[in-house]
Design a protein around this ligand. Structure first.
Ligand code: PGA
Length: 236
């Protein structure tokens, strides 16, 4: 694991965008795995600017998102489809048909769809305060493929901020790429910012590889870089 610590999320997000841009410029038909959440927003803004300035083109890029809530219509403000359209896809030159999110309908085929596209060249990850990656919550198997997942209580509480602070409005299930699908990516970058991620980053880097901390499996990935701010690195 390579660990890069930045003064703040601005610098880390710029570094993440630079890695994504270099990936696409090196291989214009790259297959990207993408996250939602608060963490990647600045990275996506940087990508939008780079695309508008002609420094990168997504014309031949395919994307596969990590996860999606069950029970929210794609047009729902908090659906991950809507998040991706609003925060990235609507503002870049990507072909919408080349953007994919998992769903109850395609879950059984999602890993096959990724393989058919050539496999993930670069997987971008956030991390939950409990060490989850995508919606792979503590205790889940390391050999999982795309599956329906009950969202952990801690994650529901974390995400309530996007639902007027009301945990009852947060969906209780999601479809998520499995740990195995994530580990199959040729390269992974994980972003983590702020004090809420300090323990999870410590456990990811220094802890045992255990299903209790899903992100700890990344210690075994051959090409994984953590881009984190000083607060998230606080216990390293
Ligand atoms: P966040 O979520 O980026 O909103 O902190 C990350 C995650 O839960 O994976």
């Amino acid at each position: 694991m390579i660990i890069k610590i930045f003064k703040n999320d601005e610098f880390a997000s710029r570094a993440a965008a630079d890695i994504i841009i270099a990936q696409i410029n090196g291989k214009p038909n790259s297959v990207l795995g993408l996250p939602t959440g608060g963490t990647p927003v600045k990275t996506y803004q940087t990508l939008i600017n780079a695309c508008n300035e002609g420094r990168v083109s997504f014309k031949n890029v395919k994307t596969f998102n990590l996860d999606e809530y069950i029970g929210l219509h794609p047009t729902h403000e908090q659906s991950y489809r809507n998040f991706m359209n609003t925060n990235l896809f609507n503002h870049i030159d990507i072909v919408m048909e080349n953007t994919h999110l998992p769903s109850e309908e395609n879950a059984a085929n999602y890993d096959e769809m990724i393989n058919a596209a050539g496999g993930l060249d670069l997987q971008v990850l956030g991390i939950g305060g409990n060490g989850h990656i995508a919606f792979n919550e503590p205790g889940g198997a390391f050999d999982s493929l795309t599956h329906k997942q009950a969202i952990a209580e801690a994650t529901i509480r974390d995400n309530a901020r996007f639902f007027d602070g009301d945990i009852d409005k947060v969906p209780k299930f999601a479809v998520t790429l499995g740990i195995k699908g994530i580990m199959n990516a040729r390269k992974i970058i994980l972003l983590a910012f702020g004090k809420g991620k300090t323990q999870a980053i410590y456990d990811t880097v220094r802890g045992q590889v255990t299903t209790n901390v899903p992100s700890s499996i990344l210690q075994l990935h051959p090409n994984c870089t953590l881009l984190i701010d000083e607060a998230a690195a606080g216990m390293l």
